[in-house]
Design a protein around this ligand. Structure first.
Ligand code: ARG
Length: 487
């Protein structure tokens, strides 16, 4: 960056302020120290607000025309210029300034835009900022651009959800151990496991919907902090830009960054979910578990150990959750001591917010690629579920069915586990006399009660791993998914 700035001539005593490119040069004498210029600069991060700033500027200019600040003719020229740039930006073609070294002479994207307008249209460009401050301009462009970003996050969530639902639909009837404390607990259906993550990501999706109405409030028209002396119809501007309403108080409008904190929080919670899924995947891909085989296109090898196939993708997802939690923390700390209204601290909002959501979006994308390349080893899952006494609770419940109080049946089942351990077998390997030695009521049907199918089938409650329940949970999840997608 320093090199680029040097090449562009932003060194020594030269400054964009001295050259008239800054938006605030009038009351200053002499040049801005280049180190301070660079320190103050945000264009590297906020250039991605270009499209949003063009749209915000057009809506503001329309009001200036209504109010007679811009003549119809001037507005017409301005409108066609802005629409032209908007159309190009939508195709990914940016203004020529973006590829020129002078790009680095601008303090921020708003300075670049104003210079671009002045160079293209002369005085008309100089009138555009009437009744507006960068404070409401930046907050508006930032919210507008996040309103778009939110759509792509929804798409990312839907992709992961779809992959998980397909896994449940295709391999859902396999049975694997369910764990507590990472110790084998009770058998569950693989579909039940996948649907647990579906729940998490569907909650994330809902969270986006609930934060959206607060994000979609427009600050424009609050000017620097006190409001604008031009009778801008803020409601009309908000409608034109797709906001739901306007920020009600000009001081709050300039300095409110709750929407950043909410998006970072949403991203952090989503990353926590991805990270938990990643942890299960890493464990289950290990030889010790062997429930999944890593797809060749989504795993990496070792430079030294020829046999290795590593789950780098979920490990990186787990690792990248930390910085996202940090970005949420940064935003909270950034805001906590700020007096009203705008303070330059707030310029740090973009790197933290975009950083959090970019990481989340990328992790969602690679997680769905990773999941769709996963081979599910039903046999391995089953044999793990068949060992380690996962049916001990089923035995206790079988005894309850014979009239034994649960506390006693728990004790009897525990004794039988002990006996089986001594014999080096599972509960199903004990003889009928062994069962009857502990509890004389046990009959031959105990063996059927101890199977994996009986264990999952015995569960009755809504939300349980009973195959019928899982089947309906799956079709409900699929229906919710379709609704989310078509909304
Ligand atoms: N680049 C600045 C930001 O992102 C623009 C706002 C500057 N406002 C000001 N009063 N200096 O926050």
């Amino acid at each position: 960056m320093a090199n680029q700035l040097q090449e562009s001539g932003v060194t020594g005593s030269v400054s964009s302020r001295a050259e008239g490119k800054a938006l605030w040069g009038g009351r200053f004498e002499g040049a801005l120290d280049p180190r301070v210029f660079r320190f103050n600069q945000s264009i590297q991060v906020d250039s991605r607000l270009w499209l949003a700033d063009l749209r915000g500027t057009l809506a503001h200019a329309r009001q200036l025309c209504e109010l007679g600040v811009l003549s119809r003719e001037d507005f017409g020229r301005l409108e066609s210029c802005l629409l032209n740039w908007i159309e190009s930006a939508q195709k990914g073609e940016l203004h020529p300034f973006f590829s020129q070294s002078r790009f680095f002479e601008f303090e921020d994207i708003h300075s670049l835009l104003e210079t671009a307008l002045v160079e293209a249209l002369g005085d008309v460009g100089k009138r555009v900022h009437t009744g507006r401050s960068r404070n409401d301009q930046v907050a508006t462009a930032f919210r507008l651009s996040l309103m778009d970003e939110v759509k792509s996050l929804k798409a990312g969530l839907l992709q992961v959800l779809d992959t998980l639902i397909v896994l449940a639909e295709t391999r859902g009837s396999a049975i694997l151990p369910g764990y507590t404390h990472l110790q084998r607990g009770q058998p569950v259906l693989f579909g039940h496991w996948a649907l647990a993550y579906v729940e998490m990501f569907q909650r994330d999706f809902e969270r986006l919907d609930t934060l959206s109405p607060r994000l979609r409030q427009m600050p424009l028209g609050s000017a620097a902090l006190a409001g604008s002396p031009y009778a801008i119809d803020r409601e009309a501007v908000a409608r034109e830009l797709g906001f739901l309403g306007i920020c009600r108080n000009s001081l709050d409008a300039e300095s409110d960054r709750d929407f950043c904190i909410e998006i970072a929080s949403f991203s952090a919670i989503g990353m926590m979910h991805l990270s938990r899924l990643a942890e299960d995947l890493i464990l289950y891909c290990s030889k010790e578990f062997g429930f999944f085989t890593l797809g060749a296109s989504v795993s990496t090898g070792s430079s030294l150990m020829p046999q290795k196939k590593n789950p780098d993708v979920p490990e990186l997802i787990r690792g990248k959750s930390g910085p996202v939690f940090g970005q949420l923390q940064s935003l909270l700390v950034m805001c906590k001591g700020l007096p009203l209204a705008y303070n330059k601290d707030l310029q740090e909002d973009k790197s933290a917010t975009f950083g959090a959501l970019d990481t989340f979006r990328e992790c969602l994308e690679v997680m769905s690629v990773f999941l769709s390349n996963l081979e599910v080893n039903g046999e391995q899952m089953r044999s793990a579920a068949e060992t380690g006494f996962l049916n001990a609770t089923d035995l206790a419940d079988y005894l309850v069915g014979l009239g034994v109080p649960f506390r006693d049946s728990h004790d009897f089942a525990g004794k039988l586990v002990r006996l089986a351990m001594d014999r080096g077998c599972e509960l199903g390997g004990l003889k009928l006399q062994d069962f009857q030695g502990v509890c004389p009521l046990v009959a031959a049907d105990v063996y059927e009660a101890l199977t994996l199918e009986a264990s999952v089938g015995r569960k009755k409650t809504l939300g349980s791993t009973n195959p019928e329940r899982v089947k309906s949970a799956l079709s409900e999840a699929r229906e919710r998914f379709i609704r989310m997608k078509t909304e």
